[in-house]
Design a protein around this ligand. Structure first.
Ligand code: AHR
Length: 588
């Protein structure tokens, strides 16, 4: 039973009925005394203000209690009532005012050649005892298919600006070994190269987002790579691809022109980068005839990784004056949740509420960051032709003790699930400009979907968030208004809840509610206008604590469960659990 409901009931009973604060045992709330609990309950340190439904409940229970001798029984009566003790949050969802499309590409992922992200995470080789299809793990492919991953960014990250694609094609046992100097100086066999990546993409049913080498490569090298991937026969490079097993031209959906060129990508000034960007845009061409008129490849320029706007200003100023010879379709932005600054120091397991609250606070900064960049983009591009592509985001914690620090290995907890949903909701609210995003990263690195250890695999809480959000892919944004309330922990103040809504392509109204409050549930009432709601069903993701994780031994500690949702007279009601992500699908 939830500790907060328990303690809240304990306090109420002690005030109204028993006047015995010891009755409930020594949990923290009862030690603070009933009044402080009630202040807490109202969420803002304000005087006691009981939600009306709960007041009625008290009267009801009070009547019954006269005859009730056993404290346990009385408590059971109280605790059986769903949502008792929860702060009430009222939402208004207006389906008659559809907004922009929530581009499915905001659910993109990032798979860098880093640590065990590709090697072991995806690639085990055809001779492995781990079940695979042409060297690619079957279990990983199966899990990712369920996420309908719209695009995968590869090969980096910082790695991209040192990657020379020719080393990763052809007969595998003849490929040269190289050093991955971006990530730990480990030997790279180059076994997972272009054709293996494309095979992986085909197996999971996604679209490639290829970042070309602007730092240590040349426009010629990048142009030839694109020709290798996308030219139809009979060019020499198309023939080489056919000889390597893939006669058909690949489709490349997105082209990244470098990565963090202000830092690991070459420590360039904005001016210098902009000159290179134009050249790459002009000469790195997609030659696939099937992408000439539709499904055209979108070119994404490097954008900022700090909130200042100089970089975006220079890229957009150049874009404004672009000619027939070159163009870009997007500017990237990188923002990680790193609450204590660099180097990342938050623990990814066995942490407490301080780390939880700070991490959520740091995550919410994404909104302000986007606004700043969008203000610049709007000046040059009020029609919002250029996408803001958040192609690296997620929680970056301290490396797990005992792991190679260059491999960026971390566990993934309820906290990460909550902050993933906060980010996705922010992107949805910016859907008119943010039409692409990539969580860092897909497997075994940073805020991963999947963790593997040899033949073992576990799906993380973040994986389940992405799964629950699948119906939001390409759905139409619908405005939700609400007073979020306040959740305070120590010096950190956060909104108590967050919510977004959308209309899915099959006509359902979708509602997501994140409860940031680590300890208290929230009772949600939603007015649904613009639709006639008939029924609803929901799923909730939470765990016993903010640091609950899934492990190989205990893979189901944090998995979605059905949520009790009620629809009556155009109103929806449900109680969202503490520290949870809930998605409701409403039929009309
Ligand atoms: O995702 C890890 C690294 O973070 C990427 O390689 C780089 O682009 C960023 O700094």
């Amino acid at each position: 039973m939830n500790k907060a409901i328990y303690s809240c009931c304990a306090s109420l009973l002690s005030i109204y009925i028993f006047d015995d604060s010891e009755a409930m045992g020594g949990n923290e709330s009862s030690k603070r005394g009933p009044n402080s609990q009630l202040r807490n309950w109202s969420g803002r340190g304000s005087p006691i203000s009981l939600p009306s439904a709960s007041s009625q409940l008290l009267v009801l229970i009070g009547g019954g209690l006269v005859r009730c001798k056993a404290v346990g029984l009385c408590l059971a009566l109280v605790l059986c009532v769903p949502g008792f003790g929860a702060e009430r949050i009222h939402l208004t969802v207006d389906a008659s005012k559809p907004g922009p499309k929530i581009d499915r590409n905001i659910f993109g992922q990032f798979a860098e050649n880093l640590g065990h992200g590709l090697y072991e995470g995806i690639w085990v080789g055809p001779d492995s005892s781990i079940p695979n299809t042409r060297g690619i793990r079957k279990d990983v492919v199966g899990a990712l298919k369920d996420l309908k991953v719209p695009n995968v960014r590869w090969p980096g990250g910082c790695f991209a600006d040192q990657y020379h694609w020719r080393k990763g094609i052809g007969q595998r046992d003849k490929r040269p070994a190289t050093v991955n100097s971006a990530w730990g100086d480990v030997i790279d066999t180059n076994a997972f190269g272009t054709d293996e990546f494309m095979d992986f993409i085909e197996q999971i049913g996604s679209t490639p987002y290829v970042s070309v080498n602007v730092g240590s490569g040349t426009p010629q090298e990048a142009g030839e790579w694109l020709e290798y991937m996308t030219a139809a026969a009979p060019t020499a490079l198309a023939k080489e691809r056919a000889a390597n097993g893939h006669p058909e031209a690949y489709k490349v959906g997105f082209l990244g022109i470098g990565n963090e060129s202000w830092d690991c990508g070459g420590a360039m000034t904005p001016d210098y980068y902009v000159s290179l960007m134009k050249v790459y845009s002009r000469f790195v061409l997609n030659m696939n005839p099937a992408q000439r008129n539709k499904d055209q490849m979108l070119k994404i320029a490097v954008g900022p990784g700090t909130p200042d706007t100089e970089w975006t200003e220079d890229v957009m100023k150049a874009w404004k004056k672009h000619t027939w010879a070159w163009d870009i379709n997007g500017v990237s932005l990188h923002w990680y949740t790193v609450p204590n600054g660099w180097p990342p120091s938050t623990k990814s397991e066995k942490f407490g509420l301080d780390d939880y609250a700070k991490s959520l606070k740091s995550t919410l900064f994404m909104d302000e960051f986007l606004r700043k960049q969008e203000a610049v983009m709007d000046r040059y591009d009020p029609e919002k032709k250029v996408t803001l592509s958040v192609d690296e985001w997620g929680a970056w914690h301290a490396p797990l003790p005992g792991s190679n620090p260059a491999f960026l290995v971390q566990q993934n907890s309820v906290r990460d699930a909550v902050l993933a949903s906060l980010n996705l909701n922010i992107f949805a609210r910016h859907a008119d400009r943010v039409r692409m995003a990539n969580i860092a990263q897909m497997i075994n690195v940073l805020q991963a979907m999947i963790l593997t250890d040899k033949e073992k695999l576990v799906l993380t809480p973040t994986y389940y968030v992405f799964k629950m959000y699948v119906p939001f892919q390409d759905a139409t944004f619908v405005p939700v208004t609400f007073d979020a309330g306040v959740y305070t922990h120590g010096s950190v103040t956060l909104p108590r809840v967050d919510a977004i809504a959308a209309k899915s392509s099959d006509g359902k109204l979708l509602l997501e509610i994140t409860n940031l409050d680590a300890e208290n549930p929230a009772a949600i009432d939603a007015d649904l206008t613009g639709i006639t709601a008939k029924s609803a069903k929901g799923e909730v993701l939470t765990g016993a604590a903010v640091d609950s994780v899934n492990t190989f031994g205990s893979p189901d500690a944090v998995v979605p469960k059905p949520a009790a949702v009620k629809v009556e007279n155009g109103k929806l009601s449900l109680t969202v659990e503490p520290r949870s992500v809930t998605v409701v699908s409403i039929e009309q």
